[in-house]
Design a protein around this ligand. Structure first.
Ligand SMILES: [Cu+2]
Length: 89
């Protein structure tokens, strides 16, 4: 039964969710406390397809776990900017 399972990840829905999950990291400036972390998490987390958002205050790196289908890097950057912070890359 596993002869072609690797070809079906893209349209297996829930079953393939784990394998289809990707991580995007965007560096941002302006974050200084837990309030900022929450603001970023709320804004980025509201994008469709996002499963988890982590913010490292020390490095300014926002780590987003999301579906392979999206959101793309630009959408994440836009959400960070919308929350009031400046994406750097
Ligand atoms: Cu803050």
């Amino acid at each position: 039964m596993d002869c072609c399972s690797d070809k079906h990840e893209g349209h297996m829905g829930k079953m393939g969710a784990q394998a289809a999950e990707v991580t995007t990291q965007v560096k941002a400036t302006g974050m200084s406390c837990q309030h900022c972390v929450m603001a970023i998490k709320k804004s980025v987390g509201s994008l469709p397809g996002v499963k988890d958002v982590a913010v490292d205050l020390a490095t300014g790196v926002v780590t987003v776990k999301h579906a392979a289908s999206g959101p793309d890097r630009d959408a994440i950057r836009a959400a960070i900017r919308e929350a009031g912070y400046e994406p750097q890359d």
